[in-house]
Design a protein around this ligand. Sequence first.
Ligand code: COA
Length: 166
Amino acid sequence: MQYILSTERLSLRKLTHADWSFILELVNTEGWIKFIGDRNVHSEADALRYLNNGPLASYRENDFGLWLVESKGGEKIGLCGILTRAYLQNPDVGFAFLPEYTGKGFAIEIVKATIQYAMKHWQFEKISAIIIPTNERSINLVERLGFAFVERFKHENETLLLFTYG
Ligand SMILES: CC(C)(COP(=O)(O)OP(=O)(O)OC[C@H]1O[C@@H](n2cnc3c(N)ncnc32)[C@H](O)[C@@H]1OP(=O)(O)O)[C@@H](O)C(=O)NCCC(=O)NCCS
């Protein structure tokens, strides 16, 4: 298996079609629906469509994208990676974990390694994070990593907080 990077407890690798059932589970967790949004993924075909139009398209177009977070034991536990959005000046970091793998410091461990790797590898000067105001766990996480609050803005009728690192 070729990994993008590894930390003490975790590894990051590209997603493939074989990860469809993990995607189906993750994007339907309460946390994902509440804080990221309902992607209408309810079947294998939907999950494959999500993979094709999202992470796999981004690997092709940008080289980076959302990657799979694995434990050293090989369990699929979350996603973390770098995204681009037309309405943002800088690339942004995205992350989400299955609920049974939160509260263990896994998210902060892999987000920290991901931003360090991405800034070096693609020479990004800054990396942003966009978070809805009620997502306190994510706000805590990026603030602990040294992201600074930039502004509150509206996108497609939703209020978002912009944080930037670097
Ligand atoms: C956002 C999300 C990834 C945060 O996960 P998390 O596990 O709370 O994040 P962290 O890695 O920072 O872990 C912190 C917790 O682990 C605990 N912890 C245990 N061992 C630890 C260790 N070795 N190192 C650091 N923290 C540790 C901390 O005490 C803290 O616990 P607390 O919340 O009870 O205070 C998760 O809630 C999630 O997937 N949410 C849904 C999707 C989402 O919102 N994505 C972001 C959209 S912007």
